[in-house]
Design a protein around this ligand. Structure first.
Ligand code: HEM
Length: 301
C-alpha cells in the first residue's frame, strides 16, 4: 500500500505486511551472507594448498573474483558484499520463477493440444535419435520446439506487466499528456493477445511462429507485437541464457517421457481424463491456478 499511496503506510504496519517483509528479507540476507562466507572460506583453503581455483567455479566465485580485483571497481560499480548479495538475489528472483512458470504453461498447453504434443515429440525423437540425454547441440535441429516456446510466451508471458518504468520527461502519446516522473506499466500479456495483430489471438497455434520466423527475441524493441522479455535498456539481460535453457528442459521432458492427465478416481472403468484447467492466478508472475499434475511414462528409444 505504501508504495502506491505513500500516506497510507500505516496500513502495511497494521496488517503485519511490513513485519513479514522485514522478517523474510532478514532470512534471505542471512542465507546470502552464509553462502558468501562459505565460498570465501573454501577459496582461502584452496589458495593455501595451491589448488587450481578455476576448477568448479560458480556464479558466486565469479562475483568474488571481480570484488577481489586490484582496484575493486568494475565499470562504474563497486562490487562490495552488498552488491554481490543483491546480484545473486536478482538472478535467483528473475531467473527461477520465470523459467518454471514458462515450462508449466508449455506442458499444460501441450497436454490440452495432443496433436501439437505428438508433432513436437516426433520432431525431438526423430532429430535426437538414440541418446542418453539431449544436449544444446540438438537445439538447432528443433524448429517446432522453438515455435512452441514462443507461442507459450506469447499467451503466457511469465512477467505479464514487465517491470515498472518511469517517464523522464513530459511526453505526448496518442493525444494523451504523460507528465515526467509518471509510473508506466506495460501490459505485455495484452499485447501478445491483441486481435489487431494476431490471428486467432486466443488460440495456441505454434505454427504461426514456424511459418513466420519474424518475431525473434533479438528483435526485442523492434517488433513490439511480442514482448515476453521486455524491451529497451530494461529488457531481460537473461534472454540469451533463458531461451536455450528452457528449450533444453522442455525437449528433455518430452524426449524421455510420454505425458498424461491422471484419470479421476484412480482409473476406475468408465472414467476419462479431463483437460487441464487453464485458469490463471495473478501476482508478480501469472501462474496456473491449480498446480499442474501429470503422469510421466518413461519412454526409451
Ligand atoms: C523464461 C524466462 C524469463 C523470462 C520470461 C524473463 C522475463 C523478464 C522480463 C519481462 C523482465 C523485465 C523486462 C522489462 O521490463 O523490459 C526481466 C528482467 C530481468 N531478467 Fe529475465 N526473464 C527470464 C529469465 C531470466 C534469467 C534466466 C535471468 C538470469 C539468469 C534473468 C535475469 C533478469 C534480470 C536480472 C532482470 C532485471 C533487469 C533490470 O534490473 O531491469 N531473466 N526478465
Amino acid at each position: 500500500m505504501a508504495e502506491m499511496v505513500p500516506w497510507l503506510w500505516l496500513v502495511d504496519v497494521v496488517t503485519g505486511l511490513e513485519r513479514k517483509a522485514r522478517r523474510i528479507s532478514e532470512e534471505i540476507d542471512r542465507l546470502l551472507e552464509r553462502v558468501i562466507a562459505d565460498h570465501r572460506q573454501r577459496r582461502r583453503g584452496a589458495r593455501r594448498v595451491g589448488d587450481g581455483e578455476d576448477d568448479g567455479k560458480d556464479f558466486v566465485d565469479v562475483l568474488l573474483d571481480l570484488s577481489e580485483t586490484e582496484d575493486e571497481v568494475v565499470g562504474e560499480v563497486q562490487l562490495d558484499t552488498v552488491t554481490i548479495k543483491a546480484t545473486i538475489l536478482d538472478m535467483l528472483a528473475a531467473g527461477t520463477d520465470t523459467s518454471y512458470t514458462l515450462l508449466e504453461w508449455a506442458m499444460a498447453e501441450l497436454i490440452n493440444h495432443p496433436t501439437q504434443m505428438r508433432k513436437l515429440q516426433d520432431e525431438i525423437r526423430a532429430a535426437v535419435g538414440v541418446a542418453d540425454r539431449i544436449t544444446e547441440d540438438d537445439l538447432p535441429k528443433l524448429p517446432y520446439l522453438k515455435a512452441v516456446i514462443k507461442e507459450t510466451l506469447r499467451l503466457h508471458p511469465p512477467g505479464p506487466l514487465l517491470l515498472p518504468r518511469e517517464t523522464l520527461e513530459d511526453t505526448e502519446l496518442q493525444g494523451y499528456h504523460v507528465p515526467a516522473r509518471t509510473r508506466v506499466v506495460i501490459n505485455a500479456w495484452a499485447i501478445g493477445r491483441d486481435a489487431a495483430t494476431w490471428e486467432h489471438a486466443e488460440e495456441f497455434m505454434p505454427e504461426r511462429f514456424a511459418a513466420d520466423g519474424e518475431a525473434e527475441y533479438h528483435k526485442m524493441g523492434v517488433d513490439f507485437r511480442f514482448l515476453p522479455f521486455g524491451a529497451g535498456r530494461s529488457g531481460c539481460p537473461g534472454v540469451g541464457f533463458a531461451v536455450p535453457a528452457n528449450e533444453l528442459a522442455l525437449a528433455s521432458l518430452l524426449y524421455h517421457f510420454d505425458w498424461e492427465v491422471p484419470v479421476p478416481g484412480g482409473g476406475r472403468p468408465g472414467t476419462t481424463a479431463s483437460l487441464v484447467d487453464m485458469s490463471e492466478v495473478n501476482g508478480l508472475s501469472v501462474r496456473l491456478k491449480r498446480a499442474l499434475l501429470l503422469v510421466a511414462k518413461p519412454w526409451s528409444s
